[in-house]
Design a protein around this ligand. Structure first.
Ligand code: A2P
Length: 272
């Protein structure tokens, strides 16, 4: 065998890889309609906690089928984590829900998004408001030391229809104070306020209602939201986001952006 033949042999992979392919390292099914998964992280990928990327699979027509997914893992993590709904007739998630460890997904390494700490002015208290899979960007931000360096108190409000749908967030939040890397930043600063709206649980009601009635402030023993002290990040369905903007503006908060930080920011959760 000549040297040139050897080189040729090495440069052609035995199994062709997809463009921007990443390998799945773990999959967890939380309910019939929710799952999370971890993939390898491209070495060059830098992102700010709260941002999203486009991920997906190769479509039957040979074109990539991509959707926006918030990165749920913190920026210091070696891998990337995503949290997804399973839509039985959804073009992507009907297939993505069946991925297994060792298989590949497509990931475009161009992170973007408005749910970033840089889009908010400094303040005392930071609120995360999420419905359903909208908790994903906050799963990243809750594991970022900078979140706790910038704010004295962080409050995670998460609302789902049923108790089981809260599990991904609940397990993560309960594990954080003991986490060897992030525990010391989180301890005593992170407060969790989960509610359900359909199945009975200890705390019930929509986030919007619990804010406007003042119930959440009474339950947590804190003053109502004010533009002087409070900052907010919102991630859920379009209807939730729209209603939350009205609620937060009612408390005197203004919407911020990367280019012009203010008191709150909003992003639509991926819905399938
Ligand atoms: P509800 O059960 O009262 O509709 P969905 O599964 O429809 O995306 O909803 C997820 C959660 O978000 C549910 O608990 C739902 O409450 C709540 N929700 C849906 N729309 C709104 C809204 N416009 N304002 C506040 N909460 C909402």
């Amino acid at each position: 065998m000549t040297e040139s033949q050897t080189v040729t042999e090495i440069s052609i992979p035995k199994t062709p890889t997809l463009p921007d392919a990443q390998t799945v390292t773990a999959v967890t099914h939380w309910t019939d309609s929710l799952f999370s998964f971890r993939v390898t992280r491209p070495q060059s990928l830098r992102f700010r906690s709260g941002e999203f990327v486009m991920i997906g699979l190769m479509g039957d027509n040979g074109k990539p089928l991509l959707r926006a997914y918030s990165i749920a893992s913190p920026s210091w993590d070696e891998e990337l984590e995503f949290y997804s709904i399973k839509v039985q007739d959804g073009p992507l998630t009907s297939r993505l829900q069946h991925i297994k460890e060792g298989e590949q997904i497509i990931l475009r390494p161009k992170p973007v998004g408005t749910l970033v700490l840089d889009a908010l002015l400094p303040g005392k208290r930071l609120w995360f408001f999420a419905t359903g899979t909208g908790i994903a960007p906050f799963a990243s931000l809750m594991r970022d030391p900078e979140t706790f360096e910038r704010y004295d108190e962080v409050i995670m409000m998460h609302t789902c229809r049923d108790v089981a749908e809260l599990d991904y967030g609940r397990q993560l939040i309960e594990s954080l104070p003991e986490d060897p890397l992030i525990g010391e930043f989180v301890a005593g600063k992170l407060r969790y306020y989960p509610t359900t709206t359909r199945e009975h649980s200890a705390q019930m009601g929509r986030i919007t209602d619990n804010l406007t009635s003042g119930k959440v402030f009474a339950d947590l023993g804190i003053p109502p939201i004010s533009p002087e002290q409070d900052r907010g990040m919102v991630c859920g369905s379009l209807a939730f986001n729209t209603d939350m903007k009205t609620v937060l503006e009612g408390f005197g908060l203004r919407e911020g952006a990367n280019s012009e930080p203010a008191e709150y920011v909003v992003e639509k959760a991926f819905v399938g």
